[in-house]
Design a protein around this ligand. Structure first.
Ligand code: HEM
Length: 191
């Protein structure tokens, strides 16, 4: 197994998996088919459900936009995935408009942070919310989304998570989002 394949994750929706899907909200663009369960597996070659409702792939990667000060602040505050108290999860799949990708790195950073405060807003929700960002654009198999974002939190923090989402969706950065699907889950089996 190569290092790269260890960073690739499959998100498979169907009838199996430890996460019970409670809602699938189509926020922008075309929807994903409904399903009852979701499983997240490492390694792109793994195939556990013969006919899934859908399968997405994403790869963990290096940071693109954070400053050194933000990187240090994030490292001290952000929790790991898999906390026993965090029995709720959200998978939010996003695609941004071609106009976003035509910008330069510094222009994208300016929209993400100086204009939208994405990192500053998000930081207020640490360590309540655990997060992981997966990139999809550069995988060999064409993917329908640019990003898969994954969040874990305790049931009593669902309102805080929704408040965070409302703030981000009002930002300038979100003007560039052309497809967004928001899937909420609860853990029913221990992984
Ligand atoms: C829990 C609090 C959050 C924190 C602390 C946070 C922090 C960050 C940071 C630091 C980055 C930049 C990574 C880089 O340098 O490449 C980032 C990117 C991103 N975040 Fe968040 N975030 C949070 C919540 C969210 C939420 C709720 C969403 C989805 C609705 C989201 C979606 C994204 C996406 C799609 C990117 C990639 C943007 C791009 O590269 O164009 N984040 N986030």
């Amino acid at each position: 197994m190569t290092v790269t394949s260890q960073r690739v994750f499959n998100f498979t929706a169907g009838e199996q998996g430890p996460w019970q899907i409670q809602s699938t909200t189509n926020v922008a663009g075309s929807p994903l088919p409904g399903a009852s369960r979701l499983e997240v597996t490492a390694n792109r070659r793994e195939r556990t459900q013969s006919v899934p409702a859908w399968r997405l792939q994403g790869i963990t990667s290096n940071d693109r936009y954070v400053t050194r000060a933000e990187k240090i602040a994030l490292a001290t505050r952000q929790p790991e995935l898999g906390r026993s108290s965090a029995t709720c999860a959200a998978l939010i799949a996003l695609r941004k408009q071609p106009a976003w990708w035509q910008l330069t790195q510094d222009e994208r950073r300016a929209i993400l942070e100086e204009q939208s405060n994405h990192i500053a807003i998000g930081m207020r929700y640490l360590p309540t919310i655990a997060r992981r960002l997966y990139h999809c654009r550069d995988l060999a198999d064409a993917q329908p989304f640019d990003f898969i974002t994954w969040f874990e939190f305790a049931p009593q923090d669902t309102n805080a998570f929704d408040e965070l989402l409302t703030a981000l969706r009002r930002s300038v950065e979100w003007h560039f989002v052309e497809r967004e699907v928001d899937i909420r889950m609860v853990q029913v089996d221990t992984i």
